[in-house]
Write a protein that binds this ligand. Structure first.
Ligand SMILES: NC(=O)c1ccc[n+]([C@@H]2O[C@H](COP(=O)([O-])OP(=O)(O)OC[C@H]3O[C@@H](n4cnc5c(N)ncnc54)[C@H](O)[C@@H]3O)[C@@H](O)[C@H]2O)c1
Length: 253
């Protein structure tokens, strides 16, 4: 796919991986709608992209809210024209053990709120974003590409019942959509990052972070630019479809 002058929507784009992905797409000549639930950070992010200001638009959006997601795509179409790509990147962590005990008694449990908030953003948010993107792409009739951001935690990771379940669901959505949408010329891929150096990783418990780095064959965190380049490859190379790209520096946990 030649992305020059094509319209892209990136969610969770005020910082971290989303901002790096937006920057990479802009460098390749795309038009990009950056969106995030954090409106202030979105304004600051836009200022870092001054060199491509005429191809950047921003709109705040909570991806867990159906009406806000529809409004985001309305804004993207009116600012940039047809949307040919989306990166469903917004995500949160609310880590906790399923049950924590002192050896004899349970002292803490993952709250329903911690479970539900992660499912709402990381799974329902991807569903709403992908459904809206597919609708718009079918209606303009020129196809497109959907990239969903999963995680290596989708295989299961202690302390992340909510996050692992959501990220496994994201891969299931990806495979399903690749099948359902192929006849409309829409490809769908997922990327499963390992540990990439962003605010989200800085918020992890130091011992969990260190454990993950030491399990990474390259012996360091990935950079947001490396991850963004992998997303670019999934978008530009038209033979990528229906798969999940493990992007983890050779991690085994
Ligand atoms: N950094 C990593 O190592 C890593 C590893 C695996 C997967 N991921 C995934 O990559 C994605 C980006 O992670 P990151 O490290 O850049 O995180 P980050 O916390 O640095 O950035 C996430 C962004 O999403 C936004 N966001 C949160 N809730 C939102 C909502 N309801 N609607 C819209 N935006 C919302 C935040 O405001 C923030 O700007 C996430 O889906 C995350 O699960 C990250």
């Amino acid at each position: 796919m030649d992305i020059t002058d094509r319209g892209f929507v990136v969610t969770g784009a005020a910082r971290g991986l989303g901002l790096a992905i937006a920057r990479t797409l802009l460098e390749r000549g795309a038009r990009v709608m950056l969106s995030d639930v954090d409106g202030d950070a979105l304004v600051a992010a836009r200022e870092t992209l001054g060199h491509a200001a005429d191809r950047v638009a921003t709109a705040p959006c909570n991806v867990a809210d159906e009406d806000q997601v529809a409004a985001l795509f309305d804004a993207a179409e009116s600012e940039m024209g047809a949307v040919h790509g989306v990166v469903a990147n917004a995500g949160i962590l609310r880590d906790a053990l399923l049950v924590k005990s002192d050896g004899k008694h349970v002292t803490q449990r993952m709250s329903l709120q911690a479970w539900q908030s992660v499912i709402d953003v990381n799974l329902t948010g991807v569903f709403l974003t992908g459904r809206e993107a597919a609708t718009r792409m079918i209606e303009h009739g020129e196809g497109g590409v959907i990239i969903n951001v999963s995680s290596i935690s989708r295989a299961g990771n202690m302390g992340q019942s909510n996050y692992a379940a959501a990220k496994a669901g994201v891969v299931a959505l990806t495979t399903t959509w690749a099948g359902e949408l192929a006849r409309h010329g829409i490809r769908c891929n997922a990327i499963a990052p390992g540990v990439i150096d962003t605010d989200m990783v800085a918020s992890m418990k130091p011992e969990a972070r260190e454990r993950m780095i030491s399990a990474t064959r390259v012996g360091r965190l990935g950079t947001p630019d490396e991850l963004a380049d992998a997303v670019r490859f999934l978008i530009e190379n038209g033979f990528n479809n229906g798969r999940v790209l493990e992007f983890d520096g050779g991690m085994r946990i």
